[in-house]
Ligand binder design. Structure first.
Ligand code: M6R
Length: 600
């Protein structure tokens, strides 16, 4: 989704803004722009498409000496991805960048047009800068004008505004969209101030950061020492955000799953015990059911979690798609624990579902990959998934760690409720470690999938099928493939095929069958046979050769279905990756998608 960057200091503004935007690229965007205010001059550059286009546009521009700047990557919501619609938007002497949606922009625009102000873009954002300039005309004080402007906006926003009328100040406001202020030193050892919509661009620049709360607005002036409210230290671990020699972030992220899964377990799983310190204040005895709520891949992890929690902890679990949940006036029960799952912690639908549950008095838990994200801050309790920065838009290691956290949670609850014997606990922990090892990518197996992938570039679609917890894995396998290959793929519980979908079975239908040896093998086998009998092309994932298949991706023999689950997860991720690479697609930044969906 859109990304924001801002800077006040003495260093070259252009490069700081462009580098910052590069760090935000992975969120997905279709246009970008920067504005620099230095020596009273306001210079703005915008372009459509990749950042390289913007870099080319401002090649000859330099801005050494003191100044400030704002930048933006846009993912179109109101108005097409054109240069005019790209941010920063400008009035006569001020520029603005904005993430989120201004819901009442129509009425503001109309009244500004009646005052004779003209608009050039189709965006909601442009009203902010004209409204500011209109207030400034009357109030003569930029900060007062900014405050009045913000008070009239309805909707979600993170806003940075600069104006020639106050050339040493950045005005900022935050409500519903993330905004961070960072403080560091510039190359002259003087104080430098940074703004960004996520941590990534601030790593290595800001030593401390402040995650702004909803409803905050302010102005930061250059010079002088600034004390950030509630400052947090920012780690300088930039390396982990790089590609480590892999061609794609997605590939690197698939390969590092075994490491991050161990991180996820650290301190929470010992030889014979589960401990979640983060939940020490949570009274589990008052919880009689759990609702898991999320979007996309995180929703698939939620379904997987529902199988685990019900089976292991014997607690009733309901799973909700966040965008559906928020508008259907759901019935919520007092003793329900409301759990939201999110990689980014900024997904608008999930965040709003969480707020709704809180308003209804439910205890809430956020399972999230980004510390200090809106979801973590909003939840009563939180469990971090510890996957590290995930840059590939198609989620991989985040999914793996979400399932792991849910698996740990299931065992933790079972242990607390006294329904897990010491022996069973020990066995479960052994299985978890084996599952982690199963995610270590075997290069030979990767090569085999790569060769096989060329047989799957045509046809009229894919069914990914599985039973029980392999059903959400099938959903996830299909989502991975469609996200990056743009081929049509659906996930189904295999027992559902004969209730309709089997009508599609013919020579042009690919069926990826998840056939774990340790869970309902014979049941799924007969479902696959039905498809095979109707000429569908079968690609079987199993430990044992299944004679009805056209292709076989072998996984090693394991004695527990969860180990098979994690092994097959890796196969499905690599399969999607290799098909997409053969089709020449941008694996890390697939079309039409954004890493963090901060609008509903
Ligand atoms: O950050 P979140 O986990 O809340 O994001 C939810 C979905 O937008 C996300 O999982 C999406 O489906 C990914 N592109 C999946 O690869």
């Amino acid at each position: 989704m859109c990304g924001i960057i801002g800077y006040i200091g003495n260093d070259e503004k252009k490069s700081i803004l462009l580098n910052g935007l590069k760090e935000l690229e992975y969120r997905g965007y279709d246009s970008s722009g920067i504005s620099v205010l230095s020596e009273g001059e306001l210079s703005t550059f915008k372009s459509v498409g990749k950042l390289i286009n913007l870099e080319r546009k401002c090649e000859g521009f330099h801005s050494s000496g003191f100044g400030l700047g704002i930048g933006h990557t846009r993912w179109a919501t109101h108005g097409k991805p054109t240069e005019v619609n790209a941010h920063p938007h400008f009035g006569k002497f001020s520029n603005v960048v904005h993430n989120g949606i201004i819901e009442n922009y129509h009425s503001i625009k109309e009244s500004l047009q009646q005052q004779g102000r003209s608009f050039i873009s189709q965006t909601d954002t442009e009203v902010i800068v004209h409204l500011f300039e209109s207030h400034l005309e009357n109030l003569k004080n930029p900060f007062e004008a900014f405050k009045h402007t913000i008070s009239e906006l309805k909707g979600a926003y993170a806003i940075l505004l600069i104006t020639q009328k106050s050339p040493d100040t950045i005005y900022y406001a935050k409500n519903g969209s993330p905004l961070i202020i960072g403080r560091g030193k510039d190359s002259k050892d003087a104080e430098a101030i940074y703004f960004a919509s996520s941590d990534a661009p601030l790593i290595g620049l800001a030593s401390e950061v402040c995650y702004l709360e909803d409803g905050t607005l302010g102005a930061i002036k250059a010079g002088g020492f600034h004390t950030l409210p509630n400052p947090k230290l920012l780690s300088g671990d930039k390396l982990s955000a790089q590609k480590d020699g892999f061609t794609f972030f997605m590939e690197k992220e698939i390969y590092e799953q075994h490491k991050v899964l161990l991180e996820t377990m650290m301190g929470r799983v010992s030889e014979d015990n589960f401990s979640l310190e983060e939940l020490s204040e949570l009274d589990l005895s008052s919880v009689d059911s759990i609702t898991l709520c999320a979007c996309g891949t995180s929703y698939h992890a939620a379904i997987a979690g529902s199988y685990l929690i019900e089976r292991i902890a014997r607690l009733k679990v309901k799973v909700e798609i966040a965008s559906e949940f928020r508008y259907r006036n759901p019935i919520l029960q007092a003793n329900e624990l409301f759990v939201v799952i999110s990689q980014s912690g900024e997904t608008a639908d999930t965040l709003e579902a969480l707020k709704l549950a809180k308003r209804n008095g439910l205890k809430t838990l956020g399972i999230c990959n980004v510390d200090n994200s809106s979801i973590v801050r909003e939840s009563d309790f939180s469990l971090l998934t510890r996957a590290g920065i995930e840059k590939g838009v198609a989620s991989t290691k985040a999914f793996a760690t979400q399932v792991m956290v849910l698996w740990i949670l299931a065992n933790f609850i079972a242990q607390k409720c006294g329904i897990l014997s010491k022996a069973a606990m020990k066995q479960e922990i052994k299985t978890m470690l084996e599952a982690v090892r199963a995610t270590e990518v075997d290069k030979k197996a990767h090569e085999h999938i790569k060769r096989l992938s060329r047989r799957y570039l045509h046809g009229h679609g894919f069914f990914f099928i599985g039973r029980d917890i392999f059903y959400p894995l099938a959903l996830e396998g299909a989502l991975k493939l469609k996200e990056i290959s743009y081929l049509h793929a659906e996930g189904y519980p295999s027992g559902e095929m004969k209730h309709g979908p089997i009508a599609l079975a013919d020579l042009g239908l690919f069926c990826v069958a998840l056939m774990p040896q340790n869970l309902l093998y014979d049941k799924i086998k007969s479902n696959v046979e039905e498809l095979s009998a109707r000429d569908a092309m079968i690609c079987a994932l199993s430990a044992e050769y299944y004679e009805g298949c056209d292709d076989w991706i072998a996984i090693p023999k394991y004695s527990h279905y969860m180990v098979e689950f994690f092994a097959m997860m890796v196969v499905l991720q690599i399969f999607a990756l290799e098909v997409a690479v053969r089709l020449g697609n941008d694996v890390d930044m697939p079309r039409n998608l954004a890493k963090s969906v901060t609008v509903e």
